[in-house]
Structure formats: C-alpha cells, structure tokens
Ligand binder design. Structure first.
Ligand code: ADE
Length: 246
C-alpha cells in the first residue's frame, strides 16, 4: 500500500518510522512518502495561510499550494488514490472505515493546520477523486497530523502480513465476527500471582468452551459499563440466553 502525507510539519510524522508501521515500511509492505507543503509555495516567506473571507478568528490554508501539491502527488502514481482529509467536521473514523481504507492501494492524507483548507480545494478534487473528510473523534486538535498517525496505524495493522498473528485482530473491540460490536474484556499473563492478585480460575482450566463463555461475559459487562450505546445497537438475535442473563 502507498501512503502520501502532505503537511507543514513533516517531523510530526516521524513516528511512522517506529514500531508496527516502521517495520511494515522496512519490509516493503508500506510505501510512505511525506511531503512538505511549503515546497509548493513561491513567495519568500513560503506562505500557506491567509485571513478568512467574511472575517472571524484564525487563518485559512490557501488553495494554491494545496492544488499544486496534490496535482503533483496524485500525478506521480498509477491508479486512483483515496484522498483523506482529517477534519473535526468529517464523518467519524470507525473500524469499518479503517477496514475499507485498508483494502485500497493508495491513500493521500492532507492534514491541515489553522481553521482548515479553503473549501474550493475539497470541491475541486472531489469532482475527480474519492475524497473522504474524516474526524477521529468529537474533540478539536490543533491540526490533522495526529489524526493521520491514528488512521495510518489503524489501517496498517489490518494489511495482510503486517501483524504477526493474523488472528490477533479477530476479537478486537469493534471488529466484525462473533464478538462484533463488543469491547474487549480484561487480559492476563504471567506471573500467576502478582501482589496477592491471582488469575480468574477459568483461564487456567484449559476448557476452551468455558473460557470463551467467560470472555464473552466480561466483554458484555465492560460494554454495558463503558458503551451502553453499543449494547442498544446490537441487532435482535445477537444476544443469546446467557448474554441476557449477564
Ligand atoms: N483536526 C482537528 N481535530 C480533528 C479531529 N478530531 N479529527 C480529525 N481531524 C482533526
């Protein structure tokens, strides 16, 4: 998969050299290219922002550098990229959207600073490309770079061969499958006794059926406590007799 990021803070994307994403790059599973937006400015100060028409606080990112940058980046590859525009006014980023993006060969991210990018840029590229305005949550960050890190990590770990164990995202919170829409319950490892605290007996029983039942009960408890909205959304028939008792 190819990933391009156009930003005025290339150093903000340095975590993409580390850990899961860094290793995927080193193995050639991810081709990540970071571009400095100011390279597509032509004035002495490398200006990327200006005051908003209609007044108001803050600055707006100018269309000219974004247009030149996107033309060059998009023109440098084969095929059709998805252009991902991080913005608090976008559609919510979900596991399902991460899955959908992970199935595309090429993503171009356009993290903005200030009050966002001149609207005409989004309109212009949406006429010819698949443009997605995406929010990572109901809070406002100072820019889209942190959201890019979040989205790239969520997408990269879904690529075939990137996680060591292909099963390890099967039971993820929000994954599809038997544990669909439930939050993951607690996990334990050695030692069996830590500060007088033991391990739930059932996990030591070797009884696969009882372990699965226990995990599902804990997932239901945690989901009820932290995300009652998800329990309400579970389709009729998703809960069995045991679940309802939990
Ligand atoms: N830029 C600023 N806040 C954001 C958010 N919550 N999601 C995506 N991009 C953003």
């Amino acid at each position: 998969m190819r990933l391009d990021v156009v930003t005025i803070f290339p150093e903000y994307l340095e975590p993409l050299n580390v850990s899961l994403v860094g290793k995927a790059r080193a193995r050639g599973q991810l081709d990540v290219r970071i571009h400095h937006l100011r390279e597509w400015t032509h004035d002495r100060h490398h200006t990327v922002d200006d005051t908003p028409y209609g007044g108001g606080p803050g600055m707006v990112m100018k269309p000219d550098p974004w247009g030149e940058a996107l033309d060059e980046v998009i023109g440098s590859g084969e095929g059709e990229p998805v252009i991902v525009v991080p913005t608090p006014s976008g559609r919510p980023f979900t596991q399902q959207l991460a899955q959908e993006l992970s199935e595309r060969p090429w993503l171009v991210f356009t993290p903005a600073r200030y009050e966002g990018i001149d609207r005409r840029v989004i309109e212009e590229y949406a006429e010819r490309h698949d443009v997605r305005e995406i929010s990572i949550g109901d809070y406002v960050l100072a820019g889209g770079e942190a959201p890019v890190l979040v989205m790239v990590e969520a997408v990269a770990r879904l690529l075939p061969g990137v996680l060591g164990n292909a099963d390890s995202h099967r039971d993820d919170s929000f994954a599809s499958g038997a544990m669909a829409s439930l939050l993951e319950g607690p996990v334990y490892t050695k030692p069996p006794l830590w500060r007088d605290r033991g391990i739930p007996e059932v996990l030591l029983s070797g009884h696969h059926g009882r372990v699965e039942r226990w995990r599902r009960d804990r997932a239901l408890e945690r989901t009820s406590a932290h995300r009652p909205d998800l329990i309400r959304e579970l389709g009729a028939g998703t809960l069995d007799r045991h679940d309802r008792a939990t």
